[in-house]
Structures are given as structure tokens and as C-alpha cells.
Design a protein around this ligand. Structure first.
Ligand SMILES: NC(=O)c1ccc[n+]([C@@H]2O[C@H](COP(=O)([O-])OP(=O)(O)OC[C@H]3O[C@@H](n4cnc5c(N)ncnc54)[C@H](OP(=O)(O)O)[C@@H]3O)[C@@H](O)[C@H]2O)c1
Length: 244
């Protein structure tokens, strides 16, 4: 029976993925800040689900992760979905810095701890949900797009490190386009919005059969291919923003 830890399991893509893992009979360690949401999740299948409240921006988050892994009896797969994102055309410093704290500092804290666990325990599968937003700098959400690019690069660096040390870790960088989760709830309408359950199914497939880099879905894969081809001088002249 596979044992997976999902950090960011209380809503949206993380929660939907937890439910798919439960349906498949996996043992799940679920983490996030909201204790009530975690308790409700555990109540769905107490024999299968362990929970641990933690805040990835806090120093003690790794201790909580270790405690969760111990209660789960070990970890085969780590999925990092914890993240925040805001449109910030006003460039409010609070939003920019909070985003970096969660998607940057918090991401590195947890993903490096998962790497350390796999290094000590003979390998595993380290998967993260980054975003297509890391493909180019996005004027509507500067810290969000920069933090997602950092996540892409960080995972690549860890993959190289694992190979240098011959540690058998599989890496997956999962990059969805816009998904109808609470993360986008307060925002204007987004184009090509995908249902959470559909995207979670594609994420779950990657957890079953690891793939290194996955853009969800095919339309977004085409879009980011086109984005990459746009010269810098033209890119900065484009208005890439959701409809008001
Ligand atoms: N929705 C999209 O369009 C989209 C597209 C591409 C990528 N993504 C990425 O997908 C991931 C999941 O987002 P979502 O769309 O599912 O949004 P969501 O429903 O808001 O879920 C975010 C999750 O992150 C957790 N989280 C946030 N801050 C945390 C912290 N400081 N410590 C621990 N957990 C924290 C939240 O739990 P608590 O609040 O309980 O802590 C929640 O479980 C994010 O990394 C996001 O950037 C989303």
C-alpha cells in the first residue's frame, strides 16, 4: 500500500488529490494550516488518513512533517501543493512578500526536507505542483510567477543533486493552467478555467506513474510553447491579464 504525504491538502487541488489517493486505498498523510478541514478529511477514512496541522512559513514545519511521516509509517511519495497566489497590479508589498514566504521559503523548507527524508531512506517520488505561471514573468502577478519559476529551477537543481549522489528519487514538476479552486475564487473570470476534479485526476496519474514535467492540459501545453517563442522585447509589450 503506497504511503503519500500531501502538504496543502485542505482545499482545491490538494484535497481533490487526497480523495483520489484514498479511493485507490493509499495511506495518506495530509497537512495544511486549517485543523478543522484536516479533521473533516480524517473523519472520511480514519484508518487511511493521518493529519498534521503545519504552516510551511514557520520554522517548526519540518518537525511536524517528520511527526506525520512517523505516524504514517514512512513515506513513498511527497506531493507539495501548498501555495498562495494573487493578482497584484498595485504591487502591494505585503502580497509580494507573503507570496515569496509561502511559495519560496515555505516551498524550499518542505521540499528540501522531503529530499532529506528520501536521501536517508533509499529514495522515493518527490512531486510538486508549480504552475504554467513560471514560464514567463507575468505583470499581473509578479511574485507569483517569479516564485513558480523558482520552484521549477529548484526541482531541477535537486534532480541534479540526487544524480550526483546516486539517490534514487523520481521528480515530477506538475504545471497546471487556470483551475477553478479557492485560489482563484476572489479573482475575475479566467480563460480556459479547468474543473478541479479533472486536474486532480491528471495529477493522480502522475503520482501513479511518475513523469518529470507535466503541463495540464494540452491546450496550456501549446500555450506555454508559444509563450516561450515570443521574444523578450515583444513579451513585455503584451497585456497578459485575466478579463475584468
Ligand atoms: N488554481 C489554479 O489555477 C492553479 C494553477 C496552477 C498552479 N496552482 C498551484 O496549485 C497549488 C494548490 O493551489 P489550489 O489552486 O488548490 O489553491 P487552494 O485551494 O487555495 O489550496 C492551497 C493549499 O495550500 C495550503 N497552504 C497555503 N498556505 C499554506 C501555508 N503557509 N502552510 C501550509 N499550507 C498552506 C492551503 O491550506 P491551509 O489554508 O489550510 O493552510 C491549501 O490546502 C498552489 O501551489 C498553486 O499555486 C494553482
Amino acid at each position: 500500500m503506497k504511503r503519500i504525504v500531501i502538504v496543502g491538502a485542505t482545499s482545491g487541488l490538494g484535497l481533490a488529490t487526497v480523495r483520489l489517493c484514498m479511493r485507490e486505498g493509499w495511506r495518506v498523510g495530509a497537512a495544511g494550516r486549517r485543523i478543522e478541514a484536516l479533521e473533516a478529511l480524517r473523519a472520511e477514512a480514519p484508518e487511511q488518513v493521518e493529519i498534521e496541522p503545519l504552516d510551511v512559513t514557520r520554522d517548526d514545519a519540518v518537525e511536524h512533517l517528520d511527526a506525520l511521516i512517523r505516524r504514517l509509517g514512512g513515506m513513498d511519495t511527497y506531493l507539495h501543493t501548498a501555495g498562495i497566489g494573487f493578482r497584484n497590479l498595485e504591487l502591494s508589498p505585503d502580497i509580494e512578500i507573503d507570496t515569496l514566504r509561502t511559495n519560496g521559503e515555505g516551498f524550499v523548507r518542505m521540499v528540501s526536507a522531503a529530499f532529506g527524508y528520501f536521501r536517508r531512506n533509499g529514495g522515493g517520488h518527490l512531486a510538486v505542483i508549480s504552475s504554467i505561471a513560471g514560464t514567463r514573468g507575468l505583470g499581473a502577478a509578479p511574485a507569483y510567477s517569479a516564485s513558480k519559476r523558482m520552484q521549477n529551477t529548484y526541482l531541477e537543481a535537486l534532480e541534479q543533486l540526487a544524480r550526483m549522489e546516486a539517490i534514487p528519487i523520481r521528480f515530477s514538476d506538475i504545471r497546471p493552467g487556470f483551475v477553478a479552486t479557492p485560489l482563484l475564487a476572489a479573482e475575475p473570470r479566467y480563460p480556459m478555467l479547468m474543473p478541479t476534479d479533472l486536474v486532480a485526476k491528471k495529477i493522480f496519474r502522475v503520482l501513479q506513474k511518475p513523469r518529470r514535467r507535466v503541463v495540464i492540459d494540452a491546450r496550456y501545453a501549446l500555450l506555454v510553447t508559444l509563450w516561450r517563442l515570443i521574444p523578450q522585447g515583444l513579451w513585455v509589450r503584451l497585456k497578459v491579464r485575466p478579463k475584468e
